[in-house]
Design a protein around this ligand. Structure first.
Ligand SMILES: Nc1nc2c(ncn2[C@@H]2O[C@H](COP(=O)(O)OP(=O)(O)OP(=O)(O)O)[C@@H](O)[C@H]2O)c(=O)[nH]1
Ligand SMILES: [Mg+2]
Length: 266
């Protein structure tokens, strides 16, 4: 197996400490499987020199966002910039490096060998606080009820795609979406795409700084931070409006796997 051009896209906010090492690790692991790899980092107005930490790496392209928009819109910007490079395979991962490089070839092999449209890295070994586990469980239940199928890690940020599939998904989701990967997971099921799941290891974020986490830190926090409560309410409303309600735009969408990039019919 040799992929002519692999593009790995990642959103990043204040990841200067760990992101270059993470990229080095991914590159080392995927090099035997690719002819070329390009990394696209959507920098969400970091204030810690994230872009400077990547400036001299030739296979890294940094896309500085005009304003700080949070994870979802930044992830979508990273997808769009990566797709513009016409990759043969596209991988998305968060810039905080919570995965091992050795799991990337596992995803790529699963995508190639099973003829899948998309492969999800299903995270094991997470140490989330209780309120995140509750939220994750609720979203998982909602998706199972809505789609009639269990999706083991609905919001995983580690995914490998055939590019036309990623293009169709990105085109179908609003640019400002808070939780694009939840919408993707639902649309993949609704559209009948072939989705494969591989177990991957989840590790602590690589930078020592706490500024990157949206959720507060560690299982010792007794109550969900107010920011998370607000985010959860907004995100659940968005999932209802965009993907689940009877009039939701993504509900009736049928993505066409073999159509040209971007094709999606209402
Ligand atoms: N916190 C935060 N992260 C952002 C923002 N924009 C992009 N990101 C990136 O989004 C990714 C996910 O953010 P995290 O805060 O790690 O969210 P998470 O992985 O769900 O939470 P943890 O399990 O605590 O790591 C990271 O790669 C960030 O660099 C932003 O405005 N705030
Ligand atoms: Mg994270």
């Amino acid at each position: 197996m040799s992929i002519p051009h692999l593009v790995v896209v990642m959103p990043a906010f204040n990841e200067a400490e760990g992101i270059a090492g993470f990229i080095d690790e991914i590159r080392d692991c995927v090099t035997p499987l690719v002819e070329r790899v390009t990394f696209v980092v959507a920098d969400d107005q970091s204030t810690d020199g994230t872009a400077a930490a990547l400036a001299d790496i030739t296979d890294v392209q940094v896309e500085r966002q005009a304003v700080n928009r949070g994870h979802g819109p930044t992830a979508l910007a990273a997808y769009r910039a990566g797709l513009a490079l016409s990759p043969d395979v596209l991988v998305h991962v968060d810039g905080d490096g919570q995965f091992l490089g050795t799991d990337f070839p596992v995803l790529l092999r699963a995508l190639a060998s099973s003829d899948a449209d998309v492969v999800h890295g299903v995270r094991g070994g997470r140490t989330d606080p209780w309120y995140r586990k509750v939220l994750t469980g609720c979203v998982r239940l909602l998706v199972a009820l809505a789609s009639g199928r269990g999706v083991p890690d609905v919001n995983t940020p580690l995914r490998a795609y055939r590019p036309e599939v990623a293009q169709a998904l990105v085109s179908a989701v609003p640019d400002e979406s808070l939780v694009p990967h939840v919408h993707f997971s639902l649309a993949e099921v609704h559209s009948g795409f072939t989705v494969r799941y591989v177990r991957v290891r989840s590790i602590p974020r690589r930078g020592a700084s706490t500024t990157g986490t949206m959720w507060g830190r560690g299982p010792r926090i007794a109550l969900p931070p107010a920011r998370l409560r607000t985010f959860a309410v907004e995100a659940l409303g968005e999932v209802w409006r965009t993907s689940l309600s009877p009039t939701a735009p993504l509900r009736g969408i049928h993505l066409i796997p073999d159509a040209p990039a971007g094709a999606a019919k209402p």
